[in-house]
Design a protein around this ligand. Sequence first.
Ligand code: ATP
Ligand code: MG
Length: 401
Amino acid sequence: MSKSSPQQFTPFLPSANPQAWLGVMGGGQLGRMFAQAAQSMGYQVAVLEPSDDCPAGQVAQRLINAGYSDGQGLDVLAAQCFAVTTEFENVPADSLSRLSQHVFVAPDAHGVSVAQDRIAEKSFFVGCAAKSGVQPAPHKVIASQADIDAIGDELLPGILKTVRMGYDGKGQVRVRSREDVRAAFDSMGQVACLLEKMLPLAYEVSVLTARGADGQSVVYPIAENVHRDGILFTTTVPGPNVSDDCAKKAQAAAQAIVAELGYVGVLCIEFFVLKDGSLVVNEMAPRPHNSGHYTMDACVTSQFAQQVRAMARLPLGDVRQHSPAVMLNILGDVWFSDETDATREPAWDQVLALPGANLHLYGKDDPRRARKMGHLTFVAPTLAEAQQQLNAACAILGIAP
Ligand code: ATP
Ligand code: MG
């Protein structure tokens, strides 16, 4: 635990009468797992989401069918709940500001607006580098042809990323020359972009942290992530490549960043570890994160239970990991056995026969390739055993290990 503040905050305790409600903006799988954690602690959950069949809506006690900027819907959510959180970073910051006039909102509009805009995010990282000890990749804003003309050679080859709405590697193009940047900028409709220098990555890690309204913060163990086709493939904790020194630096950086942001709630920060061992901060997600799913089965307090605690102003939970763990994302691809559109249910019985298997499916009934349908976490007394079971699951599911 880090420094505590003398300020006291009244917690929002679970209660049967009158029922205590927590709200969440967004109806995806993160909202679903948040709702499940909140419900297991005795809260009722209301979800605000425009689509009527959504993973979180299936489990919440109330689904408010409204757009994320719908004033009436937001007012209904605020009237129902005593605290509201968000499950995805593209929720309009203005909506969070509006909600905060009536209820406690965590994370707040400020933290979310920094994380949802790559320019604001990079400037924030640069601004707190003296405290965090880490810098982002060298970068430059590309908003016009003149910006492209002014690109220095040191930023190439690079990656051009849209400033807003990027996820799972979408909204980014790898570029080698100024001409590539011009073509990529045009292909993205000349929306504001950020050019980042392509760095020699050794591996990628993420640090999940949570900060309470009282200023206390906790940091989970460092997670090592492998991406495939721009989508998180596996998360391994403890990370096989992560040195003690790297873990210490990343954890200290995460604590400095969350404090500097004045953030309340769960925040996940992605870092690159370069071939020379140095640490570079990439981006942050103002919510529980896919790379933190392992905490559900391998830590004392899951990232979702932690989010409940932070937004309800309860003491933060123990982040201790009790088992080595490997998490595998389950994409819609495993419902397809060949190139045709025919789907079949994967052999979950065989997967669940493997020791240490924990299956989480998100209630999505239309599998599509590259769509996140669920995840599997293997826990075992040793990391090697967990990895062995994960490889066996990949063989059953037809996933190249
Ligand atoms: P997500 O939201 O899924 O985490 P994203 O679409 O927001 O991803 P980034 O995380 O910035 O985008 O980039 C996706 C991946 O591209 C990274 O995980 C990393 O593998 C690679 N990448 C991004 N930036 C760089 C860079 N500057 N140098 C080298 N590789 C990079
Ligand atoms: Mg990323």
